[in-house]
Structure formats: structure tokens, C-alpha cells
Design a protein around this ligand. Structure first.
Ligand SMILES: [Zn+2]
Length: 114
């Protein structure tokens, strides 16, 4: 991987982190908004619970993504970015350009099967 490619991935990661952090804040805000009791009947309440369940699931996924992005940024700083956590091989640049926070190569992540 060239320095230029690494720089490109770094800005990609920083951009993605901003988006994820913003999304996490949005989701947290949506989850803390309470519907006024008088306006909520049983059907609304069930829908509201389902919606909250959906939102907290999305929030968990975003939190995981944020952790992965932070880990990738640390790896770049330490000069050990772009290697699979399972087999230690280089992760292909194509994969990193699509998903720069990838921790595993395509084989280990199950995208490509032998
Ligand atoms: Zn691997």
C-alpha cells in the first residue's frame, strides 16, 4: 500500500467516523424522546416499542462500526493498518476502499469461500 493510498483511506475513515458519530447522536435523541402518555393508546404503544427496538438495534450496529473505525485509525497511526486480524495477510485495497474499517480479509470474513 502506498502512502497516497493510506492517506486516501485515512480521510475516508475520518469521513465515515463523522457520519457514524452524527448518526449515533441522532439515534440517541430519537430514543430518548418520550411520546406523551395521553396520546398513546395500546396500538401506538406497541408500534412505539417496535420502533424503539429497531432504533436501538441500529444504534448498537453504529456503535460497533464506530469502535472499528477508531481501531482502524489507531492501526494507521501505528503503521499496522490493512492486515487481516485472523490470518495476518494484507486486506485487498478494493475491500478497504469500500469498507475501510474492515478487520478481516475477504476469505476470513466469509465473503470469498474456497
Ligand atoms: Zn484473513
Amino acid at each position: 500500500m502506498t502512502q497516497q493510498e493510506l492517506d486516501q483511506l485515512l480521510s475516508l475513515l475520518e469521513m465515515r467516523k463523522k457520519v457514524v458519530v452524527k448518526k449515533i447522536t441522532e439515534l440517541k435523541n430519537m430514543l430518548t424522546v418520550e411520546a406523551p402518555d395521553c396520546a398513546v393508546d395500546r396500538v401506538d404503544r406497541t408500534l412505539d416499542m417496535m420502533e424503539k427496538e429497531r432504533l436501538s438495534k441500529a444504534l448498537r450496529l453504529k456503535e460497533i462500526q464506530r469502535v472499528k473505525i477508531d481501531k482502524a485509525l489507531v492501526k494507521i497511526a501505528e503503521g499496522r493498518y490493512g492486515f487481516c486480524e485472523q490470518c495476518g495477510k494484507e486486506i485487498s485495497l478494493e475491500r478497504l476502499m469500500v469498507l475501510p474499517e474492515s478487520e478481516n480479509c475477504m476469505v476470513c470474513s466469509g465473503v470469498v469461500k474456497f
